[in-house]
Write a new protein. Structure first.
Length: 234
């Protein structure tokens, strides 16, 4: 039996919002950024739940990485179906050593300035999209100081594929994070090079609350679609 795995990037969190400096971001004791959703992120999470409902995609299991922004994104869908949220820490974002992001305030100040000009938010968001994609590609090829290695993160992604794909379920929803999801695509391409045709345009960046679907027939995994939008609050 095939299992449909739906991987959702969390909604916009305070990490993504101009006006919150890197020094104010909460890095928990385990080395993970752990911040709640913004107001927009809460709207995106509700819209994602409605996206699944409109397509009659009823999950048998719902997973969160356990980080706040992931759990809050999963919550509307779980409440809609009166289901518990399961926690899988392997879905967490790339591990970052404490202090790695400290003092990086230049982008934050620039973002605040851009938000005050007409059309500035859209420009800033596009710059962030490109910047995150570039950072991921540098990380995946050369590594970044203080960041978890590519081998470790793709290893976690592979574990999630194998574990979720082996569940006796028809549909599973898992809410995860941008770097993790990009590493998941790399792992899927490594397992089946044909997946590259669909994955390539999205490796490095996925919009908040976008959905990626993988058809699991272990040991085979096929990408159905990547980063499908569930909302448009631009």
């Amino acid at each position: 039996m095939a299992t449909e795995l739906y991987f959702v990037r969390h909604g916009e969190s305070l990490d993504n919002v101009a006006g919150v400096s890197f020094d104010e971001m909460s890095v928990n004791d385990e080395g993970f950024l752990d911040n709640p959703l913004s107001e927009l992120g809460e709207m995106q999470a509700r819209a994602a739940a409605e996206w699944f409902e409109a397509r009659r995609i009823k999950p048998d299991m719902i997973y969160s990485s356990g980080l706040t922004r992931s759990t809050l994104t999963a919550q509307p869908l779980a409440e809609m179906h009166n289901m518990p949220i399961q926690f899988m820490p392997e879905l967490r974002e790339v591990h970052i050593e404490k202090g790695t992001l400290g003092g990086l305030k230049t982008e934050n100040k620039m973002s605040q300035t851009m938000y005050n000009i007409p059309g500035g938010k859209a420009i800033r968001d596009r710059m962030m999209e490109v910047g995150v994609g570039v950072a991921f590609n540098i990380w995946s090829k050369f590594g970044l100081p203080g960041f978890e290695s590519r081998a470790d993160l793709t290893g976690r992604a592979g574990y999630c594929l194998d574990t979720l794909g082996a569940l006796p379920c028809k549909r599973v929803v898992a809410v995860a994070h941008n770097f993790f999801l990009a590493a998941l695509l790399l792992e899927l391409v490594d397992r089946n090079p044909l997946n590259y045709l669909i994955a390539a345009p999205h490796i490095g960046f996925m919009p908040n609350c976008s959905v990626t679907c993988v058809i699991a027939r272990p040991p085979k995994f096929r990408i159905r679609f990547v980063a499908r939008p569930t909302n448009d609050f631009s």
